[in-house]
Ligand binder design. Structure first.
Ligand code: ARG
Length: 590
């Protein structure tokens, strides 16, 4: 049986009470079912609070305080609830029972899903993330997409979705003709040997520079692109080589970040479907010819405000197809292949208009075909820019840096911290810890912000042992494990049923830990992993207060020691589960 979350339990009590209260007034079921219970930030308002009486009072045109009192009088009894009170103009405050809270926490700990409410099985979500371009370095935007995308992937999985992680790489287009020309003329084999993607990037820039003074080069590149697209074996082989080289480099980063894709279906995969998309949109009257090109014009009264008056080119006058054309074909393919309930696109904010246009055309096209335009939820989860601090790393060309270098730098700095803190560990152990802390810190620093705000990368802050950082959370976890080791062989295996929370610091810890499932659900609903970060930070703070103020191993009684050891195990469980969703490793020793 799935474990219900505290807010689910209290919500059903509130709704039952509301129905009973409204029934008195002859108005049962006047309000739609919504969650109307929230955890409070202040113990003066109880553990959870409901504002449902305000909504019901409005619907019934009665005084909310009176409604709240009627509701409380009719509230079914439940072992979770120790006390209920009506506060202020009509809030209902719930005080939870200590022993019940501990039992609930244990039930969540033992649940395979950690107590996180699961969607019905078989609901699929496609997440399109990372999606870098071949023969180019991943830029910071791709890094953010990779980190945020894989955190979302794990959030969806935590809620029971089947996820298809799709790396929609940019592996098609006119830049390949340029690269082929440049490769044949200017390749520096030694440089290529040392840094393959760097050399491809240099070749591309070299081509651009040369073509600026010699326009004949552009014609040549066009011919090579055309030959590539027509299947010329030599050009195909080179192109494949560019892809392999780039994917190998990307894979190095993915491995370190713990990212794995189910499919890597790049733009080239959809190439043969593009003429069909253009024809279909023309036939549907959604696209029109304009100076030899094919375009979709969005009318000034289009229901989607962002696209009003805009034009999306889907075929250029030279017959080339565009980014949006590919995205339309991609959407068709995803729907036909996986029947997802939702598709998530993770890119930076500059692509907002692009996706709004693609989604809008696609929906009209579905409607024209008498298919449900809302058969799948389309979500563009965009993020702000991330800047590196001045002078922290050489970033000659804007924010284009090697991600490997960024990770290496983080690990190097983490190593200095680990060396200072744990000189007793072997060099091998310290290297492993530094890798985990460095990479974890990079991911966490990105995820801990609201994705849509701009972020400045601050090495000292992200590697700090105090504050909302990966190292702080990782240390809090490692401290639990170290305490269990110190407690001897039985310490990690105490019966969890021993957990109790008579002291207010224990109570505060338990009350925080029990919220994990609710927070995971909220982070998913808002597509904001930072909610989970904030929460884990809260857990770590409550753990530290508990840990430093109360003796665990030297507790006054055997019973108290058992209980506190059980709390340590339950705490480690919550931190480990939460960090895993964020892609931050939990190390037993640091
Ligand atoms: N390759 C693109 C870029 O680097 C991102 C692709 C995002 N996904 C998509 N289906 N358009 O900007």
């Amino acid at each position: 049986m799935a474990v219900q979350t505290v807010s689910q339990i209290l919500t059903s009590l509130v709704l039952a009470a509301a129905d009973a209260a409204a029934d008195t007034a002859g108005r049962a079921g006047v309000l739609p079912v919504v969650e109307s219970v929230a955890s409070t930030g202040n113990p003066r308002f109880g553990d959870y609070q409901s504002n449902h009486a305000f909504r019901l009072g409005k619907a019934l045109r009665s005084n909310p305080r009176a409604v709240a009192e009627q509701m409380v009088a009719r509230m079914p009894a439940h072992p979770a609830v120790a006390r209920i009170e009506v506060a202020g103009p009509g809030f209902i405050n719930f005080y939870l029972d200590d022993a019940w809270l501990c039992r609930q926490l244990v039930a969540q700990h033992q649940d395979r899903a950690g107590g996180v409410p699961q969607v019905e099985p078989g609901r699929t979500v496609v997440i399109d993330f990372s999606s870098p371009n071949i023969a180019k370095r991943m830029h910071i935007g791709h890094m953010r997409s990779t980190i945020i995308g894989s955190a979302l992937q794990r959030l969806y999985e935590a809620c029971g979705y089947t996820v298809v992680a799709d790396n929609h790489i940019g592996d098609w287009g006119t830049q390949f003709g340029m690269l082929i020309v440049a490769w044949r003329r200017w390749l520096d084999p030694q440089a290529f040997e040392r840094d393959p993607v760097g050399e491809l990037e240099r070749l591309y820039v070299a081509f651009r520079d040369a073509a600026a003074t010699d326009p004949a080069l552009d014609d040549l590149a066009r011919q090579e692109t055309a030959r590539l697209q027509a299947g010329d074996p030599e050009n195909r082989a080179l192109w494949q080589r560019f892809i392999d080289i780039s994917l190998r480099e990307f894979q190095g980063v993915y491995d370190r970040l713990g990212v794995a894709f189910h499919v890597t279906l790049g733009e080239s995969f959809y190439h043969s479907a593009l003429p069909g998309v253009v024809e279909a949109l023309l036939a549907a009257g959604l696209a029109e010819k304009s100076d030899g090109a094919v375009v979709v014009r969005f009318p000034d009264d289009h229901p989607v405000k962002a696209v009003r008056g805009r034009t999306l080119v889907i075929e250029k006058s030279d017959g080339a197809y565009l980014y949006g054309t590919t995205d339309l074909a991609t959407l068709e393919h995803r729907l036909a292949t996986w029947s997802p309930v939702e598709i998530q696109y993770i890119t930076d904010g500059r692509q907002q208009l692009h996706f709004q246009q693609v989604f809008a055309v696609w929906r009209s096209w579905r409607t024209w075909r008498k298919l449900d335009p809302n058969a799948v939820k389309l979500v563009h989860t965009w993020f702000g820019t991330l800047k590196l601090p001045e002078g922290a790393m050489s970033t000659r060309k804007g924010n284009v840096i090697r991600l490997v270098d960024l990770l290496d730098e983080a690990v190097r700095r983490a190593r200095a911290v680990v060396d200072a803190k744990s000189p007793d560990l072997s060099a091998q152990q310290r290297a492993e810890i530094a890798e985990a802390v460095g990479v974890g810190a990079v991911c966490y620093a990105d995820l801990a912000q609201n994705p849509q705000s701009d972020v400045v990368f601050d090495w000292d802050r992200m590697l700090a042992m105090e504050g909302n950082t990966a190292p702080f959370l990782m240390y809090s976890y490692a401290r639990c494990r170290s305490l269990q080791r110190k407690g001897g062989p039985k310490a990690a295996a105490v019966p969890l049923s021993a957990a109790a929370c008579p002291h207010q610091l224990e109570r505060a810890l338990v009350r925080t830990l029990v919220r994990l499932p609710e927070v995971v659900a909220a982070a998913l609903a808002s597509h904001r992993p930072n909610l989970l970060c904030d929460y884990l930070f809260e857990c770590a703070q409550a753990t530290n207060r508990f840990y430093f103020e109360l003796s665990v191993l030297q507790a006054d009684t055997a019973e108290q020691r058992q209980s506190r050891l059980a709390l340590i195990e339950l705490t480690a469980g919550v931190l480990e589960r939460g960090l895993a969703i964020l892609g931050v490793p939990s190390l037993p020793r640091m």
